[in-house]
Design a protein around this ligand. Structure first.
Ligand SMILES: Nc1ncnc2c1ncn2[C@@H]1O[C@H](COP(=O)(O)OP(=O)(O)OP(=O)(O)O)[C@@H](O)[C@H]1O
Length: 299
């Protein structure tokens, strides 16, 4: 099956700066793919190359199985920079202007307003919209042509939690309808909530590509028991010493959360007093920082 997005050794250099280096990316149909990286990682440059807005220095882009060009781009909706809307016109009137311009039937306007959940506010002036509504109207504009692929640069930038939740619902709705979504973000928490798969970009290079499920899989069973060293030795015998480590005054055990009962019974049976036993969620922010070598601000 044709991949909606595929890049091979894609590279863009600006003089000495390698904005994007040797990028191999593949996004299957119907997926919400998050392109994650700190500021300056090369996300926008990549999206621009995908859309044929800038020419790669080297490498290749396939968009819906073809070179980025009029044929393939007609099947893609993209939001790279904030769209320009008339503040004194309603959301619906703004979309009608765009629909007329693109030669799209006006009935599409109400359909896309529904997808982004703006039907109830369609008559209101754009200037009165919240940031989240403005972003969703921008997304609605990209949907007018009923695209197979939507490419969005930082669609949740600046949104509050409610705005993000709305955007998440909208993007999932799109994916459920068979549309592939590729979005960029510098915030792991956003990508984690919205996407199926994540590609992490750092200084122009793809440092990892993984499912959100796998990103979350770094949790551990946290055990506080007395005496700690006895508990450690006992758990080491039970699960293998390599799966037990000391974290401050606690032990962390690389086992499934469902092992908690077994751990408790074993420690009590060995004469240890268990004062804490809980599942510690993975620290995604740390994972991201470790991958990108970034600063907390970037995550
Ligand atoms: N036209 C250009 N000329 C020179 N350097 C550029 C140009 N466009 C981008 N760069 C450089 O390429 C690198 C990647 O930039 P890019 O905008 O793609 O990053 P980004 O991941 O989208 O970050 P941000 O979220 O801050 O936009 C940066 O170092 C940037 O300064």
């Amino acid at each position: 099956m044709t991949l909606p997005v595929e890049t091979t050794a894609l590279t863009k250099r600006y003089g000495e700066i390698a904005a994007v280096e040797d990028l191999n990316l593949s996004v299957p149909a119907g997926e919400v793919y998050g392109f994650l990286g700190p500021n300056g990682a090369g996300k926008t440059t990549t999206l621009r190359m995908l859309l044929g807005l800038i020419r790669p220095t080297a490498g290749r882009v396939r968009l819906l199985g073809a070179e980025p060009g009029p044929g393939s781009l007609a099947r893609v909706g993209a939001l790279i920079e904030g769209p320009a809307f008339y503040p004194y016109l309603s959301g619906r009137a703004n979309l009608r202007i765009l629909a007329d311009h693109a030669g799209v039937r006006r009935t599409r306007v109400d359909a896309v307003l529904d997808v982004v959940s703006l039907t109830g506010r369609a008559k209101d002036r754009y200037g009165t919209y919240s940031l989240g509504m403005k972003q969703r109207l921008g997304l609605a504009a990209t949907l007018l042509k009923d695209p197979e692929l939507v490419v969005l640069d930082e669609p949740t930038n600046g949104l509050d939690p409610a705005g993000m939740a709305d955007m998440r619902v909208t993007l999932r709705k799109l994916a459920a309808g068979g549309c592939t979504v590729l979005l960029s973000s510098h915030l792991l928490a956003e990508v984690e909530q919205i996407c199926d798969r994540v590609g992490v970009l750092d200084r122009g290079r793809l440092v990892t590509e993984t499912t959100v499920e796998d990103l979350r899989a770094g949790g551990a069973l946290r055990v506080v028991a007395d005496p700690l060293q006895d508990a450690r030795a006992h758990l080491g015998r039970l699960f293998g010493a390599e799966r037990v480590r000391v974290e401050g005054t606690a032990l962390e055990l690389d086992v499934e959360p469902a092992q908690a009962g077994r751990v408790n019974a074993a420690l009590v049976g060995a004469g240890c007093t268990v004062t804490e036993l809980r599942w510690r969620e993975p620290d995604l922010e740390q994972t991201f920082l470790a991958l990108t070598g970034g600063t907390p601000d970037a995550a």
